[in-house]
Design a protein around this ligand. Structure first.
Ligand SMILES: Cc1ncc(CN)c(N)n1
Length: 216
């Protein structure tokens, strides 16, 4: 069995919990209160910048030049393409200030950046995989089950349920599988640990947006 298949099995229950979250359910049916989405978008915009930097660092540390290019392109995708979605929502909602980084975003971005800086590149690749894969699965899940017309969050759903994002996700999965095949058992185990850890941080990111968790 491929490493990604084994790793996904380990986060299956966390993924189900994510699908059951009020944030995700209300995003899907369009009833998510605007202030919760605004909090999420502002924090996510900050997240994407740090995520992009972590991806660029992984690109720089990649052994294979093809992987390096892929991660540099992922970085560009996060900073330019995904962030354009956020900018469009900021305009719609009249948001001019993203505010400060809050605890869930701080924890997640620092986990990604320290893993990218301090761990073997394979572990860092695994740490960033849930950011691709969980969003793809959630986007697809919402897209397929959609019954709401004029959902104010349609652009979000279309971005993560769309083909462009899907291509990046498939590529990231392939690269991680190849890296895991070539890695030692110890590194592979650390890859799995980082993957699980990041999947929990995905849950907490949405939870913090729903509950409005801040430093004070
Ligand atoms: C927190 C988070 N995780 C993942 C993604 C999708 N790149 C995102 N936009 N935000």
């Amino acid at each position: 069995m491929k490493w990604t298949e084994q790793a996904w099995k380990k986060i299956e229950s966390n993924y189900s919990a994510i699908l059951d979250m009020p944030f995700v359910q209300e995003l899907a049916n369009g009833t998510l209160p605007k202030n919760k989405f605004q909090f999420y978008m502002a924090q996510d915009s900050i997240y994407l910048e740090h995520f992009g930097r972590a991806l660029a660092l992984i690109g720089a540390k990649s052994h294979d030049i093809g992987d390096a290019l892929a991660y540099l392109r992922f970085a560009e995708g996060a900073i330019v393409v995904e962030n354009a979605l956020h900018e469009s929502y900021f305009q719609d909602f009249g948001v001019t200030d993203k505010g400060k980084i809050q605890p869930a975003c701080h924890h997640y971005t620092h986990f990604l950046k320290s893993t990218a800086a301090m761990e073997p590149v394979e572990v860092a690749m695994a740490a960033t995989l849930p950011c691709f894969w969980i969003y793809k699965k959630v986007g697809d899940h919402i897209y397929k089950g959609q019954q709401t017309f004029n959902n104010p969050y349609q652009r979000w759903i279309d971005t993560y349920g769309g083909e462009e994002f899907s291509d990046s996700v498939q590529r990231a999965i392939m690269i991680c599988d190849l890296a895991a095949e070539r890695a030692t058992p110890v590194t592979r185990a650390r890859m799995t640990e980082a993957f699980i850890h990041a999947s929990h941080l995905e849950y907490h990111f949405w939870d913090a947006a729903y509950t409005g968790r801040t430093w004070s």
